[in-house]
Design a protein around this ligand. Sequence first.
Ligand code: HEM
Length: 344
Amino acid sequence: MKVFVVVCMLAVAFRLVAAVVVPSAAPGGLTVGYYNGKCNNVNVESIVYNTVKDFLDADRSKGAALVRLLFHDCFVRGCDGSILLDNSTANPTPEKMSGANIGIAGLDVIDAIKAKLETACPGVVSCADIVVFAGRDASRYMSNGGVSFDVPAGRLDGVVSSAADATNTLPDSKTGVATLISNFAKKGFTPEELVILSGAHSIGKAHCSNFDDRLTAPDSEINADYRDNVLSKTCKSAPNPTLANNIRDIDAATLGDLASYVVPAVGGDYLDNSYYKNNKNNLVLFHSDWALVGSNATLQHVNEYAANGTLWNVDFAQALVKLSKLAMPAGSVGQIRKTCRAIN
Ligand code: HEM
């Protein structure tokens, strides 16, 4: 009987401890090299990089997906792995079910990294940190090393994920510059940083439903040939098809005369400042991209980065670090998930 009472007391005590609200990051905050020495001789960041590299060597499109995953995770409730949670009976509509997350991908890369790390070092590395490391490594890979930086770690995984939050927080590609500026300001980002981060659209692809408003945009906002012979034709070709974000990555046959505008790159689907050069030629996909040339607060930076790719590499790296420091709302519960798709 006594043993039973003690066991019950221990169980109650354990539940109390488990329910205590822990901070959203490790004690001491985020630090560069956070996992050094926390996993015997395992080099956590090398495991992440090598796995990202293997996946991208096999399928380069996953690079853009991982960069976007970092943005979409961190912008909504901070970098907490909330984008990774699958729907469940307890939570039927997590973030990934929001329309704003259409096309979200690269989750298989995160799963593979987490599986390797749980084998090498169980219960230590958060999914939130994996998303940030993978986004950083994908940026480096996609820019051939141009965008290369250290990123602090020590995040915990959140337990909240809501499609409504994602819909209300993530920027919409059909909005104007004032809305974009205020959307980024709410997260502490300047108009210049909005311009810098938007340069990520030099890679990847988008669904027609996110740029169909551009099919009727006036000639002053979009190159007419691009609008009528590339965007319109693509959108008519299938139900909600995708098109490369960067005109550079569209095949020459589709481009026709527009091919002369293509900014030469080291290879296709390459993360660089070509986005800004395209923007000055009215050759960007989204209204929200074009909108950046429509205000002096942003146009001066479009011009600056169109002229200086090295500066953009450095500033993009800094802006990603800033993005990676967005924290969960105060008082949030944090944990290290066993699997990235479900809370413990
Ligand atoms: C400025 C406001 C932004 C808007 C309105 C926006 C909107 C979008 C939309 C609508 C798509 C296409 C999704 C689809 O149809 O499948 C997309 C793709 C993408 N976005 Fe953004 N985005 C913004 C900022 C950012 C930022 C800050 C980043 C990263 C730093 C980013 C990275 C990407 C990438 C890499 C893709 C391609 C994804 C892929 O091919 O898998 N975007 N964005």
